[in-house]
Ligand binder design. Sequence first.
Ligand SMILES: Cc1ncc(COP(=O)(O)O)c(C=O)c1O
Length: 440
Amino acid sequence: MTSDATLYDRDRKSVSALQKLRFFPLALRGGDGRYVIDDSDRRLLDLSGAWGAASLGYGHPAIRQSVDSALQSQAGASILSSTNAPAVMLAERLLQIVPGSGERRVWLGHSGSDANETVARAVVAATGRNRILAFTGAYHGGTQGSMAISGHSAQEGVAKSGGLTLVPYPNPYRPYEGDPNGNALLVHIETLLETSCPGEEVAAFFIEPIQADGGLIVPPAGFLRKLAKLCARYEILTVCDEVKVGLARPGKMNCFEWEDFTPDIVVLGKGLGGGLPISAVIGPAEIMNVTVSFSMQTLHGNPVCASAALAVLDTIQRENLITQAAETGDYLIKTFKSVQSGQPVIGDVRGRGLAIGIELVLNDAKTPATDLTRKVVYRAWELGAVFYYVGMQSNVLELTPPLTLTREEADKGTEIILRSIEDAIAGNVSDEAVAEFTGW
Ligand SMILES: Cc1ncc(COP(=O)(O)O)c(C=O)c1O
């Protein structure tokens, strides 16, 4: 079809809205390093990294080479009825990278959603316990089973698992019962386990070590370690959903290392494939081997995607990306904190490594600046940077750029973000411009 219509217009007329989460009319024809290239050849700095999936940026030579080599003589397409070397090597590597004790096994999937759904089913099947605990604001996926154990406002109205109990996430900026250390919340959880949600009936507690889509919330130091201890008392499995904030992004290989506790089960996705679809669950053999043919999709364990993941893991080590993410992230967080007093709309700056949240508020009462946030990301797109917002009130700018982001790119991104905030406050983005882009 040849037409004068823009790529974005053609998308409007051909692609279903069901899977759209749009903030501005971004239409891409390519990508290169930390930049995406739009259909008018504009290069935009990608501070979202495709929601964290483009861990090495775009077109990284290690991924290209690894994928190309896997396709030269493709070892099947799946792990269901045969095995293949990239999938096995990936499982072996993940067992080394993710700490844990005893016999463990790795399950390979396509997405964070199918991985969390698999865990939610497997822990119930293996323990015979029907209850699951998770946090309000948690986003564990977009399939029925992963939504059923999530607590994000974007999924309001979706059927929840009958055994699900949600508890508030420890948020030092908006603390539960005024206690920024989270101790009041721990007491609340312990009370639940002794009363309406008996601990001995709970199979697992799903934990995001930083609550990402709920607002890039960093829990107070020590909270997760204490929570894990509480869970252990009732033999409740801790499931750490590292899909968005794991694998070097937080300035450590695993985000839970910040908290010095070892979860029973770890879920990886997004950045694992560096832009190709692959996810993984690492957990105790008695859970991961509870039965056969329990959670499988035809292309699970695909050797091409597994090869991409191996290239990502190699590159994280070879290019020292854990340190780079830690240093660039620290630098960005310090920069934003340093301008906070001159820009009162920036209520809070938080994060670990290259998982950063900037919460925008209207006043000292911390009223969420939802409309302004929408306009800030739109203005940034006009000025040449891509990032989105998260949070139950849609007022937190989220930065999850490629781990390879340089200091100069961080400076450029900061400049665009600050100018976008100023421009949006000055009224330079009209309501009509953003009307179509409802985000979430
Ligand atoms: C913490 C977390 N878990 C799971 C998911 C779902 O991953 P996917 O969209 O790749 O299925 C997401 C996606 O945003 C996430 O942030």
